[in-house]
Design a protein. Structure first.
Length: 332
C-alpha cells in the first residue's frame, strides 16, 4: 500500500503541502499580496512552464494509437465534465449547499479535469486499459481549460457569494498561460523529448514547487485576511467525510455506467478511475486565474486538497482490490 501511495503522489509532496499551510498560518505576511516577493508573476511564469514541459513530454504517437476507441473516450469525458458536476449539484439540492467559498470549492472540484499521473498508475495497477487512460487524462487536461470556466461561470453567477466572473477575459488569460505554452511544447516534442526524459525528476519537482507556491500564497492571504476566522473545526471534519462519501459515490456511479454499457474489464476500470479523479495541479493553476483574490482561493482549494488525499488513499486500495479479485481476472 505504501509503495502504491508513493507512486500516485501521496508521499513527501503531500506532507510538504501541509507544512506550507502551517507556515502560511504562522507567517501569513510572507506570502500575502503586500509581500515584497513578486509571487503573482512567479506563479504566472511557473504555470506557463509547467504546461510547456507537459507538451514536450506528451508523445503524439501514443495519443494516435489510443484515439480509435472513441466510444470509451466520449463516455470518460462526459463522466468527468458532466456526470460528476451534475451529481454534486444534485446532492447539494437534496441536502442544501454550504455558504460562500466552501460551496464554490466543492463545485470547482467537480468541474475540474482528471489527473494524469495517478489515473494512469492506478489503471495500470488495476489491470485496466493504460493507453486509453493516458489519452483521456491528457485530453481531459485540455478540455478542462474551456469546460471548467464554463461551469464556474454558471455557479458563480448564481451562488449568491458575490464572486465576479468574466468568461472571455478568463479564457484569454488561460489560453496565454496554459494553451500557448502547451502547444509550443508539443511542437518541440521531437527536439526536447530526450532532454525532458533525462531530467524528468527535476521537472516533476518544478511542477510540485509551483503548486506549493500557489497553495502557500493562497492560504497566506486567507489567514492574513482572517478568512477562516469563526470557522469551527467540525466543518473540516464534515467536509473530509463528505469528500470521502463523494469519491465512493462517484466510483459507484461510474461502475454502474460501465456495467450498463457492458464495457470489457479493461475499459470499465479505466472509466472508473479516470472519471472519478480530479487534478490538484490543474485545480491550483486554473484557480490562480479563476479566483484572482488569493484569500478566496485558499478556501476554494480546501475541498480539492481533501479530495486529492482521499482519492489517492481510497483509489490505491481500490486498484489493489481490482487487481486481485478472481472474478475480474477471469473476466479479463
Amino acid at each position: 500500500m505504501l509503495s502504491r501511495l508513493q507512486k500516485v503522489g501521496l508521499n513527501g509532496f503531500f506532507l510538504t503541502l501541509l507544512i506550507m499551510i502551517l507556515i502560511a498560518y504562522l507567517i501569513p505576511g510572507l506570502g500575502a499580496d503586500h509581500s515584497p516577493v513578486p509571487w503573482t508573476k512567479m506563479i504566472a511564469i511557473g504555470n506557463a512552464l509547467i504546461f510547456f514541459f507537459y507538451g514536450v513530454k506528451l508523445d503524439p504517437k501514443q495519443l494516435k494509437a489510443a484515439i480509435g476507441n472513441w466510444k470509451l473516450h466520449l463516455v470518460i469525458q462526459l463522466t468527468t465534465f458532466l456526470v460528476f458536476p451534475l451529481l454534486v449539484w444534485f446532492v447539494f439540492i437534496l441536502v442544501g449547499k454550504p455558504a460562500g467559498a466552501i460551496w464554490l470549492g466543492v463545485m470547482y472540484l467537480a468541474a475540474l479535469p482528471s489527473t494524469v499521473s495517478s489515473s494512469v498508475v492506478m489503471v495500470n495497477i488495476a489491470r485496466g486499459n493504460v493507453p486509453a487512460a493516458i489519452f483521456n487524462a491528457s485530453i481531459s487536461s485540455l478540455v478542462g481549460i474551456l469546460i471548467t470556466p464554463l461551469w464556474m461561470e454558471l455557479f458563480m453567477d448564481h451562488d449568491g457569494s458575490g464572486q465576479a466572473f468574466d468568461f472571455i477575459p478568463t479564457i484569454t488569460k488561460l489560453g496565454i498561460q496554459i494553451l500557448m505554452p502547451f502547444f509550443l511544447g508539443l511542437l518541440m516534442h521531437g527536439q526536447l523529448k530526450t532532454w525532458a526524459k533525462a531530467y524528468g525528476g527535476y521537472l516533476k519537482r518544478f511542477d510540485q514547487g509551483v503548486i506549493l507556491t500557489i497553495v502557500f500564497t493562497s492560504f497566506s492571504n486567507a489567514f492574513f485576511d482572517n478568512m477562516f476566522e469563526g470557522m469551527p473545526a467540525a466543518i473540516l471534519v464534515v467536509l473530509g467525510i463528505g469528500m470521502a462519501v463523494l469519491f465512493l459515490l462517484v466510483i459507484s456511479v461510474m461502475g454502474g455506467i460501465a456495467r450498463q454499457m457492458k464495457l470489457p474489464f479493461e475499459d470499465r476500470v479505466t472509466l472508473m478511475f479516470c472519471g472519478s479523479k480530479k487534478s490538484l495541479v490543474h485545480g491550483a493553476i486554473m484557480g490562480s486565474v479563476l479566483f484572482p483574490d488569493p484569500a478566496v482561493l485558499g478556501i476554494v482549494l480546501l475541498p480539492l486538497m481533501l479530495y486529492h488525499a482521499l482519492q489517492l488513499l481510497m483509489g490505491s486500495a481500490l486498484a489493489g482490490y481490482f487487481s486481485k479479485r478472481e472474478e475480474y481476472l477471469e473476466e479479463k
